[in-house]
Design a protein around this ligand. Structure first.
Ligand code: MRU
Length: 347
């Protein structure tokens, strides 16, 4: 089940990303040589989706330190931490970014007695490991989740959670992909996902490549479809899940979860363990990224509103745990009581 594209790859001495702002019209691969270019690519959503942001950030940190000429570990460490804080400012909500940066930081610390050139090599190796692990983990999520999918299921999904958003396969998308490969005759309802249309532009592109039957729908159609028996399950991804299971994901996810509960439809969140944030107790503590109003007042850079229309543009929302049927992870399905069962995943 190999995919013909990769959102991120390391080639000899630099990073290559598939520029997601150009899809589906143009398949453009951009070479990235500096930490500043990584910051910019994450900020502008050229690379996006929680796990992919973490992977790009990990390589970006290496790109930042590789030119450092520090003479000792102490000054190297000061610069390293400066770059970590800098990368974290690109996007605040997906925890995978700080998770990946922290993992590299710990590896550096564990090797602090080695020559700095060697420490830098270890950093690159750790970034590659994070990348490879994500591919394996996403496959496992797909295999675990596919067991929940009934034959001929109509699955509704939101935003883009495919290989574009991860190392490979995806999260919610991986479940869909694996169910399809198991010939379960599934059909997907893909939300277009205003304002940046990740569903219309990216999920449609990935579903087409995988030859999975689907219809694109406007975000506001979801309720009517649920209310008329056309949706059997909802599967979404996540950007950060608090210790109690409250889930931050693309704006619109909360509305879907409430509608699913009202219509007795199972609502699953698929994610790697790296998206859980046990230091955040509840969803109220999760920082929600607010993006430029122009993303709402314009489509593909063309204005759709009167001049100077104010717009409010939160990129994510938080779904309280009571609306979630279960979490699909690489370690299996997590059911309520979420606080207890999420904690058990990490023991
Ligand atoms: O703003 P985006 O496109 O980065 O938002 C992405 C999402 O909300 C995804 O659902 C989430 O990152 C999970 S991706 C596997």
């Amino acid at each position: 089940m190999e995919q013909s594209y990769e959102s991120i790859s390391w080639q000899e001495d630099h990073l290559v990303i598939l520029d997601q702002t150009q899809l589906p019209l143009r398949e453009i691969y951009s070479d990235i040589h500096t930490i500043g270019q990584v910051w910019d690519a994450i900020k502008k959503l050229k690379v996006r989706g929680a796990p992919a942001i973490g992977i790009a950030g990990a390589y970006g940190l290496y790109l930042g330190v590789r030119e450092l000429e520090s003479k000792n570990f102490t000054s190297f460490n000061v610069e390293l931490n400066r770059w970590i804080e800098y990368l974290k400012t690109s996007r605040p909500t997906a925890v995978n970014l700080s998770w990946a940066l922290e993992r590299i930081n710990q590896t550096v610390y564990a090797n602090k007695d080695k020559p700095l050139d060697e420490v830098k090599k270890i950093m690159l190796q750790t970034a590659k490991t994070i990348h490879d692990e994500d591919k394996r983990v996403c496959k496992q999520i797909g295999e675990n989740g596919a067991e929940l999918v009934e034959k001929e299921a109509n699955i509704l999904t939101h935003c883009n959670t495919g290989a574009l958003a991860t190392g490979a396969y995806g999260t919610a998308f991986s479940v869909i992909l694996h169910a399809h490969q198991q010939e379960k005759d599934i059909h997907v309802w893909a939300d277009e996902t205003r304002p940046l249309l990740q569903g219309a532009r990216l999920t449609s592109w990935e579903l087409k490549k995988a030859e999975i039957p689907f219809h694109l729908i406007t975000d506001s159609s979801a309720g009517a479809l649920m209310n008329t028996g056309k949706v059997d399950m909802v599967i979404v991804g996540a950007d950060r899940v608090a210790a109690n299971g409250d889930t931050a994901n693309k704006i619109g996810t909360y509305s879907l979860a409430v509608l699913a509960k009202e219509n007795d439809i199972p609502f699953y969140v698929a994610l790697p363990l790296s998206t859980f944030d046990l230091e955040t107790e509840t969803g109220e503590e999760i920082e929600i990224e607010e993006r430029e109003p122009e993303e709402v007042t314009h489509i593909a850079k063309s204005p759709i509103t009167p001049k100077k229309t104010d717009a409010y543009n939160p990129a994510f929302d938080v779904t309280p745990n009571k609306y979630i049927t279960g979490f699909i992870t690489e370690k299996g399905i997590v059911e309520p009581d979420f606080k207890e069962n999420i904690a058990a995943l990490f023991k």
